[in-house]
Design a protein around this ligand. Structure first.
Ligand code: UDP
Ligand code: MG
Length: 312
């Protein structure tokens, strides 16, 4: 058994692939630990799968998992975690080298000191202003409304001990937000600062839509805020309408004024139907999650694996 597994999900990463292998080889060659690399092909449409195959057949330290189609970054990672055999820990990195694999040694030092989760904290992000600000805001909002203490500015890049990986593998939740699950598990966790590099080659595989979905999963899976907010909004609405009602009565009986007519009525109808639709949407979001989870489908489908016999 290898001591450490490095897991990287890949989706259309043919440009960064050679760089990735070079860096990973250097890390493995210079380390005294036994290391395997688990690469997960998330249904790539370019040459990634072929490159992975050729590389794994030539180098037994590489272990490949091919998914049946594109399942998304979080599920590809989930598949990687399930296939990793590292007996001590698993290190999770992005396949585009934004997360330097060289941090393995530093992470491993903390592991030896008894930490179960060592997560990387981004000091600086080399990304566009809009994306950077969106991330900044999102992490702070999530922290303030979440019922667990999700660390700021940390992603999936981390080293996770064998026992925590085993627990994650047993968590059946369908809409996965791995960094939240990792935090929820507990044990001793520590953050290590690093500078997030730019993508080595190619383009980001995360569209804005996918990023929003990830953010949604973070919020709806690790916070009760939306549903509680809706009931508070409802209570507030009732209060406002009661105040309005009293104001109208007082005006009518004490000042003999006629109720302001149509406009305010129209305003109230539009305002409250807006609140109701919003509330329905939030409740729908929870119902949808229960619906998908209740199907009990497997999280992802593996088409094929390439694994060295030595470790089987
Ligand atoms: N990725 C994946 N499946 C997807 C999208 C992305 O496996 O559907 C991989 C991608 O190949 C990369 C990692 O997840 O190794 C992070 O994606 P990306 O760099 O595009 O995201 P960003 O760094 O821009 O947030
Ligand atoms: Mg990236």
């Amino acid at each position: 058994m290898p001591q450490i597994s490095i897991v990287a999900p890949l989706y259309n990463e043919q440009e960064s692939f050679p760089h990735l292998i070079k860096r990973l080889n250097a890390v493995m060659d210079s380390s005294t630990l036994t290391i395997e690399v688990v690469l997960v092909d998330d249904g790539s449409k370019d040459l990634t799968a072929q490159l992975m195959r050729d590389n794994a057949l030539a180098d037994e330290r590489y272990h490949c998992v091919f998914l049946s189609r594109n399942h998304g970054h979080q599920l590809a990672l989930t598949a990687g975690l399930a296939h990793a055999r590292g007996s001590e820990a698993v290190m999770v990195i992005d396949g585009d080298l934004q997360d330097p694999p060289e941090l393995l040694t530093e992470f491993y030092d903390y592991l030896s000191k008894g930490y179960d989760v060592i997560y990387a904290v981004r000091k600086k992000r080399k990304e566009g202003f809009l994306k950077k600000s969106a991330y900044f805001l999102f992490y702070r909002i999530l922290k303030s409304i979440s019922y667990i203490d999700i660390p700021l500015d940390s992603g999936d890049f981390s080293m996770i001990s064998r026992r925590v990986v085993d627990i994650m593998n047993k968590m059946p939740e369908e809409s996965r937000y791995l960094r939240g699950m990792r935090t929820w598990i507990g044990f001793k966790q520590i953050g290590v600062e690093y500078e997030r590099a730019e993508r080595q080659a190619g383009e980001s595989k995360y569209s804005l839509k996918l990023l929003f979905r990830l953010a949604y999963n973070g919020i709806f899976n690790f916070s009760e805020f939306p549903i509680k907010f809706v009931s508070r909004l409802g209570a507030f609405g009732v209060l406002v309408s009661l105040l309005y009602f009293f104001a109208v009565i007082i005006k009518k009986y004490f000042f003999q004024e006629v109720i302001e007519g149509f406009t305010s009525l129209l305003f109230m109808i539009i305002f409250f139907s807006g609140i109701q639709l919003f509330a329905l949407g939030v409740i729908g979001e929870y119902v949808l999650r229960v619906f998908f989870q209740s199907k009990n489908r497997p999280l992802y489908i593996v088409k094929e694996t390439i694994v060295d016999k030595k470790y089987q």
